[in-house]
Design a protein around this ligand. Structure first.
Ligand SMILES: Cc1cc2nc3c(=O)[nH]c(=O)nc-3n(C[C@H](O)[C@H](O)[C@H](O)COP(=O)(O)OP(=O)(O)OC[C@H]3O[C@@H](n4cnc5c(N)ncnc54)[C@H](O)[C@@H]3O)c2cc1C
Ligand SMILES: NC(=O)c1ccc[n+]([C@@H]2O[C@H](COP(=O)([O-])OP(=O)(O)OC[C@H]3O[C@@H](n4cnc5c(N)ncnc54)[C@H](OP(=O)(O)O)[C@@H]3O)[C@@H](O)[C@H]2O)c1
Length: 268
């Protein structure tokens, strides 16, 4: 892991420009960065915005990104893939502190607490960079005030790909704002699928086989109390929806809150 931090803010020159303040590389495919936050930007933890750079044609080249920082944070954080030939991330991966990105300040999305009916236990189910919206929600006091238990299941192919989420979860009890709220409420269940590690297997398989309930010593899903948020690849989202529906949960939205909500981590 390598860190770089900017000492000062640069003057914005791009439309909707924000200045990168720090960059952390986790693997050759994953990095995170923080940037300044527009004063006018209000968002709900879990939402996404469009961010990007000026393209070769001089026009903004924008992509959807979950805001990984909580709504109270004075900066914004993003967690990103590096697609070698990706129009945006082939360049974004080289961003340095002090440089600028474009950020369209129109947050949207379904992974918000308001889109769920009140419940007792919240499941955050993520593959790959799908952990990003949960990095926001896990650092929001409202999550911990609304739920008695929070279960985070994050699955990646390899162990190094879990590092961003693992660091974040391990830091929660030390957080001055929410450390006390988190105590005794958090269950973290990271797994790998293509590299041996302490816990292995797909989220879908570990739920269907009930292994996750046994391993964590917790009760099986009950639609009266359990709520879930899902963020992963299209295939994962489709398969986990079936698992949740079989457990009796129904899909909700901002306009019609229910027992679970889903967002794509990327479009294939
Ligand atoms: C609602 C929403 C939220 C998103 N939030 C994030 C986020 O927080 N972090 C993030 O890194 N990306 C996120 N994405 C994906 C992001 O919008 C871009 O696709 C990504 O930054 C790559 O951009 P690109 O121009 O380099 O390549 P693109 O042309 O956009 O993608 C090329 C290919 O790379 C693969 N790919 C793209 N993104 C990912 C990914 N995240 N994980 C694995 N494979 C991928 C897909 O196969 C895709 O077809 C989100 C997408 C959506 C729809
Ligand atoms: N991760 C890498 O090291 C790597 C390297 C080079 C290129 N890529 C490319 O990058 C793209 C995205 O890769 P990614 O690793 O970020 O995402 P991914 O392929 O969606 O895999 C992320 C995790 O989700 C699991 N998963 C996938 N489909 C699932 C389903 N239907 N149900 C339950 N779990 C499921 C995977 O398990 P399984 O392992 O069992 O599929 C893996 O643990 C792919 O096109 C890939 O070819 C990835």
């Amino acid at each position: 892991m390598t860190d770089q931090t900017a000492p000062t803010k640069a003057t914005p020159t791009l439309p909707d420009a924000q200045t990168v303040t720090s960059v952390t590389h986790y693997t050759d495919r994953l990095f995170a960065f923080r940037c300044t936050r527009p004063q006018s930007l209000r968002f709900r933890s879990g939402e996404f915005v469009m961010i990007g750079l000026i393209g070769d044609n001089g026009k903004p080249l924008l992509r959807a990104y979950s805001i990984a920082s909580p709504s109270w944070d004075e900066e914004l954080e993003f967690y990103s893939i590096k697609v070698p030939d990706g129009p945006l991330t082939s360049r974004l991966q080289h961003i340095q502190p002090g440089e600028q990105i474009i950020l369209r300040p129109k947050p949207v999305g379904t992974l918000v607490l308001d889109a769920l009916l009140p419940g007792k236990r919240l499941w955050m189910l993520a593959t790959g960079t799908g952990i990003a919206p949960f990095a926001s929600l896990l650092r929001d006091p409202e999550t911990w005030e609304k739920y008695e238990q929070v279960v985070v299941m994050h699955t990646c192919r390899e162990a190094a790909e879990l590092a961003y989420g693992r660091n974040l979860v391990e830091d929660l009890p030390k957080d001055p704002l929410i450390g006390e709220l988190v105590a005794g409420k958090l269950h973290y269940y990271p797994t790998t699928t293509r590299e041996p590690s302490d816990r292995m297997g797909r989220i879908t398989d570990n739920m269907s086989s009930r292994k996750v309930f046994t391993d964590l010593g917790i009760a099986p899903m009950d639609p009266a109390h359990d709520r879930a948020m899902v963020c992963g690849s299209l295939d994962f989202n489709l398969d986990i929806k079936r698992v949740l529906e079989e457990a009796g949960l129904t899909e909700g939205a901002n306009s019609a809150p229910a027992e679970y909500v889903v967002e794509k981590a990327f479009v294939d």
